[in-house]
Design a protein around this ligand. Structure first.
Ligand code: CA
Length: 233
């Protein structure tokens, strides 16, 4: 298998070298940089399979790096944050990151997250049908593409995974915890809010109004379900 290339952006040299060593031991090719500007330069110059991005960075902030990468790419991004407030932690997800870890984290867990993210981005367990159609929404499973009214919409790996998970069984209610497991690939508690954040982003891309949703419905106190729009023809 081709070597996966990881861009590691972290200004604390000790954390950077520990994480780098763990990733390399797993067989990844790692390029590490210590500030936001170098991150954007590296990202522009090479192809990466995943980005590990510290939120607090000199020069260009992690938020800005994330935003700018997302403008041009749907590469999987894991945010590293020292911030304690949940609001701030999930801010990274609102910017389009796929996952986050709060410092101090275990390098082993980070490696597990990277592995899960790459697995989801490249293979993933998906619906058997090659093409799913729900009114104006079309999911080309084989091509990993989503179209809304014939226009392709750009989803991150997690958003795509969330959409295919929910839409596989329209009408079925998924709890947040279940979605954490299916979408993020692990079952740690406390990441339910991450799902809310991914749902929010996905809805925005689908033009879905949470008060009057046409695709993703909130099941109060439980989770979410996908309901295809009623055909008007
Ligand atoms: Ca930092």
């Amino acid at each position: 298998m081709e070597t996966r290339r990881i861009l590691l952006v972290e200004d604390e040299s000790q954390t950077r070298s520990v994480v780098e060593a763990y990733l390399e031991r797993e067989g990844y090719w790692v390029s590490s940089v210590g500030d936001g500007r170098a991150a954007l330069e590296a990202f522009g110059a090479h192809r990466f399979d995943a980005v590990i991005l510290d939120l607090n960075l000199p020069m260009v902030s992690g938020e800005d790096v994330c935003r700018r990468i997302r403008d041009v790419s749907d590469v999987p991004i894991i945010m590293l944050t020292a911030k304690g407030a949940e609001e701030e932690r999930i801010a990274g997800l609102d910017l389009g990151a796929d996952d986050y870890l709060v410092k101090p984290f275990s390098p082993r867990e980070l490696v597990a997250r990277v592995r899960a993210l790459l697995r989801r981005a490249h293979t993933g367990s998906e619906p058997q049908r090659a093409r799913l159609e729900y009114g104006p929404l079309e999911i080309d499973v084989a091509g990993h593409k989503v179209f809304l009214r014939d226009r392709e919409i750009d989803l991150t790996a997690s958003e795509y995974r969330l959409l295919t998970t929910l839409s596989r069984y329209p009408g079925r209610v998924y709890s947040r915890m279940e979605l954490v497991e299916k979408v993020l690939g692990y079952d740690f508690e406390g990441y339910e809010r991450a799902i809310d954040s991914h749902v929010k982003n996905l809805r925005a891309k689908l033009g879905d109004d949470p008060r009057e949703p046409s695709f993703i419905h909130t099941v109060f106190g439980v989770g979410y379900r996908f309901e295809p729009p009623v055909e008007s023809s």
